[in-house]
Design a binder for this molecule. Structure first.
Ligand code: SAM
Length: 267
């Protein structure tokens, strides 16, 4: 059931609204973001302003992207920080983050993300990684664990490979359900993502995405089987990769090697 909170707003489940109320957690996130007055800051899903207000105290200006029309209107009329805000009312999944990157100055993105769209949102943001200095997001803890997982771990998958292809992923803070109203059913965590040029660049990024997706779609299968439409077992051997391995045993560098091979030789 939707619950009306102390600010008179009824949390909308369909927008993934769980508002942060724990001041220690809010302070911890703001410290992690470490906003500076002249940063180009962008918040996704500002909601009732739990993070927006303390960040706007330090920053000269702040862009916010909010889908909920009522909340966007509230922020435009915020009694203390409205003059520092540019409110972009709309869907962050469709937002062009590059437009905010001016005179070559990269943006810093943060938010307590709506959990129902957090993974597609991260994939959308990764397409702007060359315009982004860093990102801080509150996510379901399980998603943060997957993002930061390395080969050999159960949590290692498509999200780990694609996130770490573009960024360094560092978990910063764990957050219990009691820090929010209404409380989500799951534990949460804050992750810091720092984009960096890929150490092993893929010749064709969409081929890398396809290879990784095919491999992990059937994660219990060996590469010989899951990638058979793209690359033969012999070619995997030639690359020095055992075709009998499962995808969770394959490093990002090896996924890039496979995808560059398929890109060059055709699938
Ligand atoms: N930042 C606030 C806080 O920490 O209390 C609110 C966080 S709440 C988990 C998620 C926020 O994202 C809500 O304000 C919701 O309306 C907004 N939202 C949901 N889907 C969105 C989307 N696709 N684009 C932009 N904002 C969205």
């Amino acid at each position: 059931m939707n619950q009306r909170n102390h600010l008179g707003h009824t949390a909308r489940k369909r927008f993934g609204q769980n508002f942060l109320t724990d001041t220690h957690v809010i302070d911890g996130i703001v410290r992690a973001i470490n906003p500076q007055p002249d940063d180009t800051l962008v918040e996704i899903g500002p909601g009732l302003g739990a993070l927006t207000e303390p960040v706007a105290e330090v920053a000269d200006h702040l862009h916010v992207v909010e889908l909920d029309r009522d909340l966007a209107k509230r922020l435009r009329h915020h009694p203390f920080i409205a003059s520092k805000l540019t409110v972009h009312e709309g869907d962050a999944l469709k937002f062009d983050f590059r437009q905010l990157c001016q005179d070559g100055k990269k943006i810093k993105v943060f938010g307590n993300l709506p959990y129902n769209v957090s993974t597609p949102l991260i994939f959308h943001l990764l397409t702007f990684q060359d315009s982004i200095e860093n990102m801080h997001f509150m996510l379901q803890k399980e998603v943060v664990v997957r993002m930061a997982a390395g080969p050999g771990s159960k949590a290692y998958g498509r999200l780990s490979v694609m996130t770490q292809y573009y960024c360094k992923a560092v978990p910063v803070l764990e957050v219990p359900p009691t820090a929010f109203k209404p409380s989500p059913k799951v534990d949460s965590a804050v992750v810091r993502l720092i984009p960096a040029p890929p150490r092993w660049p893929a010749d064709n990024i969409s081929m890398l995405e396809q290879v990784v997706s095919d491999a992990f779609n059937q994660r219990r299968k060996t590469l010989r089987n899951s990638l058979k439409r793209k690359i033969s077992a012999d070619s995997l051997q030639q690359l020095g990769i055992d075709p009998g391995l499962r995808p969770e045993q394959i490093s990002i560098e090896q996924f890039v090697e496979i995808s560059n091979y398929v890109n060059q030789h055709g699938s």
